[in-house]
Write a protein that binds this ligand. Sequence first.
Ligand SMILES: [Zn+2]
Length: 246
Amino acid sequence: MHYRTSPHNKILLHESKINNVTIKIEHQYYYALFNIETEIEEFNNAWDTVEIDLGIKTLSTLSNGQKIANLDTTAEDRKIKKYYRRLSKKKYRSNRYNKTLKTLGKWITKKQNKLNDTYHKLSNYIVKNYDIICMEDLDIKELFEEKKFSSFLQTIGWRKLINMIKYKCQWYGKIFIQINRWYPSSKICSNCGYYNKDLKNEKEWTYPHCQKTHDRDINAAKNIHKQCLIDLINEKMNLWSRGIAQ
Ligand SMILES: [Zn+2]
């Protein structure tokens, strides 16, 4: 039996009340799923904010300048492709077919576990270190237009990561805000608010109004950050005015 747990999980299990344990078998791997009751540790809430930008090569860029590379799963992808091709040549439900299917399943699981681990570590890091987490909506449509299977898989990965950040924010009392991606984050000067509708894809430019020169990505990140805070305040004000917010 394969037994996997991180040091953090060991502590968690040790200090928690275990309600029940379920054994799951998936692609030859045995999993023990613990349903536990535990105290969620409170983090210091200093209202630190961060803006996250998701990408393909760089999985995420944080507004503090930190870049997290996407996990390399070339080895797993190659095996998955290889066994998938082999499977298509075998007679359906024959012994050889079943055997290849098992191996294929094993590699798919390996890849999934590797990705899940990265997403968990990254989302833990973000939620533990920041209190207000902002990001733009995903540009799903544009990705689908590329009609590449790899973009489709990447989208699923991002969705998974975003969901983890969302539910961990709820656990730890952090705030998660997503802004509409149609907001023209790169066309607005983050210094004076001037809107330059003629801006194309220039990497760097000087805003005519205040003469400030910005790097396109950093300027966009600053604007997204500001817009998230404005949205948050508006939402809170709205709830307060209706008497439902604390
Ligand atoms: Zn300006």
